[in-house]
Design a protein around this ligand. Structure first.
Ligand code: TMP
Length: 209
């Protein structure tokens, strides 16, 4: 059985990941692929419980290091129970956020030592690394206005202030610049159809989808 492909979507708040994931999953399914759509933090029952802890409450409820550990606890459960079994069964996995979000939010924007995060990647992710990461890039002022409109109770990160979100955008662009073979930057300020077209051409160019 050939391992399935692992695709992650990343970016700041309100960049339009959910809509693009729905469209991407529909396009891959139309082509006969067996696709699992999932998200982080969350994606398995245990990881969803951790999501509730980490995304709700006051902005200073958890320190950046504690957040990192909670994200990695939830990620390990998600990998063990959902992502690794699906890939081993030849299914494609499309995940809304993954390890790059920890590098950007807790690392670059939150000040956690990148070497500590790299160690967690080595020991927790092991070989469960994305084949392709799509980084949706948008001016944080546009993204935040959209995200705050629909955030509900999960407000901890939206409420962190504009400077945090500017650092975040740069962090994702830096990841893409360091790992160009894995990452494609998608300009997310176009219409939904324009963004979808960019996503699809990245899939075809990188994964022969
Ligand atoms: P979402 O709004 O895209 O569902 O993402 C949930 C929030 O969790 C978002 O504000 C980013 C944050 N997050 C981190 O801070 N670190 C992580 O590792 C992940 C996966 C998400």
């Amino acid at each position: 059985m050939q391992r399935g492909k692992f695709i992650t979507l990343e970016g700041g708040e309100g960049v339009g990941k959910s809509t693009q994931i729905r469209r991407l999953v529909a396009s891959l399914t139309d082509r006969g692929l067996d696709v699992v759509a999932t998200r982080e933090p969350g994606g398995s029952p245990g990881a969803e419980s951790i999501r509730d802890l980490v995304l709700r409450g006051a902005a200073d409820r958890w320190s950046p290091v504690t957040e990192t550990l909670l994200m990695y606890a939830s990620r390990r459960d998600h990998i063990e129970r959902v992502i690794a079994p699906a890939l081993a069964a030849g299914r494609w996995v499309v995940c809304d956020r993954y390890a790059d979000s920890t590098r950007a939010y807790q690392g670059a924007a939150g000040g956690v030592d990148p070497a500590f995060i790299a160690d967690l990647e080595t020991h927790v992710l092991e070989d469960v690394r994305p084949d392709l990461t799509l980084i949706l890039d948008l001016d944080p002022r546009t993204g935040l206005a959209r995200a705050v409109d629909r955030a509900g109770a999960e407000m901890r990160f939206e409420s962190k202030g504009e400077a945090f979100h500017v650092r975040l955008r740069q962090a994702f662009l830096d990841i893409a610049a360091r790992e160009p073979a894995r990452c494609a930057v998608i300009a997310a300020d176009g219409t939904l159809d324009e963004v979808e077209a960019q996503v699809w051409s990245a899939i075809q160019a990188r994964l022969n989808g």
